[in-house]
Design a protein around this ligand. Structure first.
Ligand code: Q46
Ligand code: ZN
Ligand code: ZN
Length: 300
């Protein structure tokens, strides 16, 4: 197996591109995929201040590293979810990496600042932990980006994540979500611009990128992921991908090219009139936002 670019021994094969790469050219391949995504979707420029949400896992640390290598001004944001040892270790990976990059890491701790953690929220709401966790992440990421004066919030969703979410939304013809599943969501009043620069890199590639670059990351999966439907969708797509490499990328990119506008144009009006939440000021269709209602229910 030889590198497509320099013919040196390759360290990874990327079947959907029908290419093998040595370590250096694999890093260049990842940079190129991210550079193209940022430019194609006009995600941000070199004058923008970017906040990247880091979990301590491979995707978000690879994203932070790649954006810094591409010359962007990027700080990290770590949200302490209070999921036992998993969160303790994840926070350490995020802090260590921030130190090695020499970039600031903004930290928000659910328990310290809002009086609950993800396990407590799951118990109080009697729903799967991912639902309170996802709600808290969305709310607090938006808040941190706006409070810190950042131009854009970036997350490490990769091709596998986006294809799995798309698969789930298509299986249920969830048109409202299909309208919002884009790699760039423009800023609206009370919400920052949100971008996903890793959508052209598969999970296997972000893991390989971290190994090649010597980035230490949290390898454990979240222990509360059980019951998360996306895991099943990922497995199903992996079966299809093994039989026919490139299926996943085609499924997602053809949705963006050929189908996403059908859903977005039907939703131009958005979720209706938004007002400031009575408690925190964030935009909400109701009186009190979903996050503040969760705080009320779950905090002790
Ligand atoms: S951290 Fe939170 Fe994930 Fe764990 S509880 Fe679910 S949503 S799985 S990315
Ligand atoms: Zn090479
Ligand atoms: Zn609120």
């Amino acid at each position: 197996m030889k590198c497509r670019v320099c013919r040196a021994p390759a360290v990874i094969d990327v079947r959907r591109h029908n290419a093998n790469f040595c370590a250096d050219h694999f890093v260049s391949h990842c940079e190129e995929q991210v550079r193209r995504t940022i430019s194609h979707f006009e995600m941000f420029g070199h004058r923008d201040r970017v906040l990247v949400a880091v979990s301590g896992g491979k995707d978000s640390l690879a994203l932070w590293d790649l954006l810094v290598r591409l010359g962007y001004e990027v700080d990290g944001l770590y949200l302490g979810l209070g999921i036992g040892n998993y969160s303790d270790a994840s926070g350490e990976y995020a802090r260590e990496f921030a130190k090695s990059l020499g970039r600031p890491l903004v930290e928000v701790d659910l328990r310290e600042e809002h009086g609950f953690d993800v396990p407590a929220a799951a118990a109080a709401t009697r729903r799967v932990p991912c639902s309170a966790c996802g709600l808290s992440k969305r709310h607090l990421f938006d808040r941190a980006a706006l409070d810190g004066g950042y131009d854009v919030l970036a997350t490490g969703h990769n091709l596998d994540d986006e294809a799995a979410v798309l698969f789930g939304n298509v299986l249920r013809w969830n048109t409202e979500y299909l309208a919002r599943q884009l790699p760039v969501l423009p800023a609206r009043s009370g919400f920052p611009r949100k971008v996903k620069p890793l959508v052209r890199l598969a999970e296997r590639e972000t893991a390989a990128y971290c190994v090649v670059r010597g980035i230490d990351y949290q390898v454990e999966e979240c222990p509360m992921a059980e019951g998360n439907r996306h895991l099943g969708y990922k497995e199903a797509l992996n079966l299809l991908e093994a039989r026919s490499p490139g299926t996943k990328a085609a499924f997602y990119s053809e949705y963006l090219d050929k189908a996403s506008h059908l859903f977005t144009s039907a939703q131009v009006e958005g979720p209706g009139q938004l007002h400031a939440c009575r408690s925190c000021g964030s935009p909400t269709p109701g009186d009190v936002c979903a996050f503040c209602r969760l705080v009320e229910k779950a905090s002790t």
